[in-house]
Design a binder for this molecule. Structure first.
Ligand code: ZN
Length: 240
C-alpha cells in the first residue's frame, strides 16, 4: 500500500495539483492540516482534497482560525489578513468540511496531527528537545506532523537523550518510534521552493520524501489579483 502524505497546502491549488499528478500511484491520502490560509484558492483546494481516495485529514491552525475555532489575533499580520480574506471567500461546503476535521487521528501504526501530539493544532515540533518531549504523547509507532513547513525526521532514543534529527534521507527504511514531517505542499520554508510531500508504505515501513517544481508565477498572479499580502507571493520564490 502507498500512502500519499501531504500538509500545509495553504490554498495553493497549483502546487496541490502538481503534487497529485507527480506522486505516481497511491491508495490513500493523509492530510496534516492547513488546507487554507496565505494562498488564493481555499474553496478549490478543499474541494480537490475531498475527492482524494480514502482521505484522512486533521485540523490545522489556519483552518481553525477560518472557522472561528482559534483567535485570529495570535497570527502574524500577513497571515491574519489572509485569514480575514479566506473567511469572506469560503463557501458553505468548504466551511462544513473544515468544521468536520478532528485535531488528531490514529490509523494503524500512525498518529496524525498538524502541530505536535502534545498540542495538536498549535505547537511547532521543530527541534530535538520538543521531539523528545512529544514521544510520551502518542501511543503509536509513528507520528506524522506538519505546521513547520520543513521536512524532518526525529527518532526516539533509548534513555533520556534528545531525539535524533535524521539528515540526508530521501528514501528510508523506518525503524523504531519516529516523528515525520512531509514538509509543505503550498508554502515550503526550508529555502527550497519546490512543493514537498511524502510517500509512506505502512507494510514495508518506508518513507520517501519528494519535491516537485510547480508554476509559482501562476499562484503569484492570483495572489495579486485578489489583493492578498504580496509578501506571501514573494516568499514562494525562495521557499521561506
Ligand atoms: Zn501551515
Amino acid at each position: 500500500m502507498r500512502v500519499l502524505v501531504i500538509s500545509d497546502i495553504h490554498s495553493n491549488l497549483t502546487a496541490l495539483e502538481t503534487v497529485l499528478s507527480s506522486a505516481g500511484r497511491y491508495d490513500t491520502v493523509w492530510c496534516l492540516g492547513d488546507l487554507v490560509g496565505y494562498g488564493p484558492d481555499p474553496n478549490e483546494c478543499i474541494a480537490r482534497v475531498r475527492t482524494l481516495p480514502n482521505l484522512m485529514c486533521v485540523l490545522g491552525n489556519h483552518d481553525a482560525a477560518t472557522i472561528e475555532k482559534m483567535d485570529q489575533q495570535t497570527f502574524n499580520h500577513e497571515a491574519s489578513l489572509a485569514i480575514s480574506w479566506t473567511k469572506h471567500e469560503i463557501n458553505a461546503q468548504s466551511k462544513e468540511f473544515l468544521l468536520s476535521l478532528p485535531q488528531q487521528q490514529t490509523v494503524g501504526d500512525v498518529t496524525l496531527v498538524h502541530g505536535s501530539p502534545r498540542n495538536p493544532v498549535w505547537e511547532y515540533l521543530s527541534d530535538t528537545i520538543t521531539a523528545l518531549q512529544s514521544f510520551p504523547y502518542f501511543n503509536t509507532l509513528y507520528c506524522f506532523v506538519g505546521h513547520t513547513h520543513v521536512p524532518a525526521m526525529y527518532q526516539e532514543n533509548p534513555g533520556d537523550g534528545p531525539a535524533t534529527l535524521v539528515h540526508d534521507y530521501l528514501r528510508i527504511d523506518l525503524s523504531g518510534r519516529t516523528i515525520l514531517n512531509p514538509g509543505s505542499v503550498g508554502q515550503p520554508r526550508d529555502c527550497d521552493r519546490r512543493a514537498s510531500f511524502a510517500l509512506f508504505d505502512p507494510e514495508a515501513h518506508t518513507w520517501e520524501l519528494r519535491r516537485v517544481e510547480y508554476d509559482i508565477l501562476a499562484v503569484q498572479q492570483r495572489i495579486k489579483k485578489y489583493g492578498l499580502p504580496w509578501k506571501d507571493a514573494q516568499r514562494l520564490n525562495e521557499g521561506w
